[in-house]
Design a protein around this ligand. Structure first.
Ligand code: GZL
Length: 319
């Protein structure tokens, strides 16, 4: 009889310990998501992906839109820490200035997962992983396409993304790597349009004015599609034919850029996967289950040209 009682006590003890250990994993997760803003069609699609996957998986998502201001993102992270979320997803608007707040998250034992952009911090253990594309490669691919299209002879104007963002810094770096190989290719003007359509239009208008109405411009390299769509408007208003008088290549692969290709207004785009919800929440699940993750989970994107624009547009806008 005595033996049965002690066996029951041991069994109850094991069940109690297991329920304490497994409870956080079994319980619905609460995740804080500090999003940059809604500056581009790509950004909106990324937000939609993360929100919908959280809903599908029964994850409570606390969402903050920083209106493209780092101080708002830092405030949001501190608020997530105070609310004791299980994990934080951060799309960092710029590369630097994160050490302090990420140390606070680490001290609170809240893991941070980066999506779509990177950070420069002294201790890379301040975040678990970065789920993002290789911006340098995107810039190199854009440069290679343009060099091929123009037989290595082209004067280029560049629409840069948000100043200080890893996407702008590395897309510029990769493109220049290739252009520098061709003595008759050069970037004659380069300025930030902050990844927005209006920014791209305004900067392109100033380039056209400074470059003899655009007659000396062979091509536009735009760090995202939204600025390229703004540049297309400016080129048309200057009486020129976008994609013919001035070539255009950009990055993101948003539906509107494929529509512009179908209308003969742009030449090429490099896709940037915006469906980061699945990989982001998979990474959180794996980390909380004790799996080791790489510091960079790289997403891939292809180069798209007008010959597949219709099919791409239809596949990306199908309900
Ligand atoms: C890149 C992402 C960039 C997009 C832009 O991962 O951060 O920010 O290319 C967006 O459209 O504004």
């Amino acid at each position: 009889m005595q033996a049965i009682v002690s066996a029951r006590k041991i069994a109850l003890g094991i069940i109690t310990v297991l329920s304490l250990v497994l409870a956080p994993i079994a319980q619905a997760l609460t995740v804080g998501f500090s999003q940059i803003g809604s500056e581009s069609g790509w950004r909106t699609a990324e937000t939609q992906s993360i929100k919908s996957v959280a809903q599908q998986r029964g994850i409570t998502l606390k969402f903050s839109d920083a209106q493209q201001k780092q101080e708002n993102q830092i405030k949001a992270i501190r608020s997530f820490i105070a609310q004791r979320v299980d994990a934080i997803i951060l799309a960092p608007v710029v590369e630097t200035g994160w050490d302090q707040v990420l140390r606070e998250a680490k001290r609170a034992h809240i893991p941070v997962f980066l999506v779509d952009r990177g950070v420069k911090v002294r201790d890379s253990n301040l975040y678990v992983t970065k789920i993002a594309s290789d911006f340098v490669e995107e810039g190199r691919l854009a440069g290679a396409w343009l060099a091929g299209k123009t037989s290595g002879h082209c004067k280029i104007v560049e629409l840069q993304g948000t100043v200080g963002s890893s996407a702008a810094i590395d897309r510029k770096k990769g493109f220049a790597n290739i252009i520098d190989l061709f003595p008759r290719m050069s970037i004659i003007r380069s300025q930030s349009g902050d990844f927005t359509r209006s920014g791209g239009k305004n900067v392109m208008e100033s380039f056209l004015k400074s470059e003899n109405g655009g007659k000396t411009i062979c091509a536009v390299y735009s760090h995202n599609d939204d600025m390229a769509l703004g540049a297309i408007q400016a080129i048309q208003e200057a009486g020129l034919k976008p994609s013919k008088d001035i070539l255009i290549i950009s990055i993101d692969g948003v539906p509107d850029i494929f529509k512009a290709m179908m209308d003969g207004q742009t030449n090429a785009t490099i896709e940037l996967k915006s469906a980061l919800g699945e990989p982001a929440f998979d990474a959180i699940k794996d980390y909380l289950a004790g799996k080791k993750l790489p510091k960079w989970i790289k997403t891939q994107g292809d180069l798209y040209l007008p010959d597949t624009a219709k099919a791409q547009y239809e596949s990306r806008t199908a309900m």
